[in-house]
Design a protein around this ligand. Structure first.
Ligand SMILES: [Zn+2]
Length: 281
């Protein structure tokens, strides 16, 4: 009997995948293992650890390797340079990312993109480093894990020629407007939704348009330790977000869209298998 076939037809709550976790962050140094255990107890079946520089991407991969024995097939990572770090890249950073991407745990190139909100790196350098990573993803035939803030048009223009030339583009932590969402969907992008959705003040635009995202284009992510959902009850003592809170994002998504949380969990997990090659849960 093919139990997998039956399993895949039976949505359960135990198939959540958090595709955006900054698990290398020092705010997890004291209790990383407990955070992972709590994630599993909450039904999270896998995490994609975000790499934001060559060094952080190495650390992210290191965590996957370190916890492989105690948390088998649970941790995967990305390799890339965040726009904030674009000014600091070494001459051979693309070669270093390429080496990292050869490791089986590394599932995407990123987090990369443009951030003209605070310009921690010079915009011209951001464009250069982003463009080079997009080309790298095409070269390696790997998905892109994408960041964008206050830079939609140049960001989209860099990505457009690569539509169909990379296996997938994932607009992580989407906070744009309806017009931007429709452009992303028309370009076959996937959309990552965070706890931004749970904020009735600054998240209102997202709350108004989130129902327009087809389930087969949707991802859920905490972006922990950032963006703690404001809907957690009772309110946690710490402001630190963690993957176990992914359930609150699902709950809010279900409230707004009227969808069954089980269906959201099931389909977003299928998307993780398709895009990031997560093992079937
Ligand atoms: Zn980001």
């Amino acid at each position: 009997m093919n139990t997998n076939a039956i399993k895949s037809k039976t949505p359960t709550n135990h198939t959540l995948i958090d595709i955006g976790v900054n698990l290398t962050n020092k705010r997890f140094d004291k209790d990383r293992e407990a955070v992972l255990t709590r994630a599993q107890s909450s039904g999270v079946a896998g995490l994609l650890i975000t790499g934001t520089s060559v060094m952080e991407s190495k650390k992210a991969l290191g965590l996957c390797q370190q916890y492989q024995a105690s948390f088998p097939d649970f941790l995967y990572s990305t390799a890339g340079v965040h726009p904030h770090d674009a000014d600091n890249v070494a001459d051979d950073y693309i070669e270093q990312l390429k080496q990292l991407a050869r490791q089986p745990q590394v599932k995407a190139i990123g987090e990369c993109g443009l951030d003209f909100n605070r310009n921690f790196s010079a915009p011209t350098q951001q464009v250069k480093v982003f463009t080079e990573q997009v080309a790298l993803a095409a070269d390696l035939n790997m998905p892109l894990f994408l960041h964008q803030r206050d830079a939609f048009e140049p960001w989209f223009d860099i990505l457009s020629p690569y539509q169909g030339k990379v296996p997938a583009m994932v607009a992580h932590c989407f906070t744009g407007d309806k017009n931007e969402l429709m452009q992303c969907l028309a370009a076959d992008m996937y959309i990552g939704i965070t706890g931004w959705l749970c904020d009735e003040r600054r998240g209102q635009t997202l709350r108004d348009i989130v129902s327009l995202i087809p389930l087969n284009r949707l991802f859920i992510e905490t972006d922990a330790p950032y963006l703690t959902p404001r809907t957690i009850r009772p309110k946690p003592k710490s402001s630190r977000n963690e993957p176990s809170y992914l359930t609150f994002i699902i709950k809010e998504l279900a409230n707004i869209t009227g969808l069954d949380p089980k269906d959201i969990a099931w389909q977003t997990s299928r998307n993780s298998e398709t895009v990031f090659d997560f093992p079937t849960t």
